[in-house]
Design a protein around this ligand. Structure first.
Ligand SMILES: [Zn+2]
Length: 73
């Protein structure tokens, strides 16, 4: 199975519900996440390292947006 090549754009934040790379402000862990991307459509992010959780209203405050992930396929 081949997956489309992914491209990460570091210079913009893209659409709210696109997958992004986030960086945790607590432990500096970088992870990918999608706001509203789970089955409940909850606007939540949580860090897989330190389990910080935030419900996003407009922009995350506990998490820094590193880049947006695009499919280049
Ligand atoms: Zn963390």
């Amino acid at each position: 199975m081949t997956k489309g090549k992914e491209r990460i754009r570091f210079d913009c934040t893209g659409e709210f519900n696109e997958p992004h790379i986030y960086k945790c402000s607590e432990c500096d862990h970088e992870f990918r996440g999608t706001i509203g991307g789970n089955e409940k459509r909850e606007l939540q992010l949580n860090c897989p390292e330190c389990s910080i959780e935030e419900t996003i209203i407009s922009q995350p405050t506990q998490f820094e947006v590193v880049g947006v992930i695009e499919n280049a396929s």
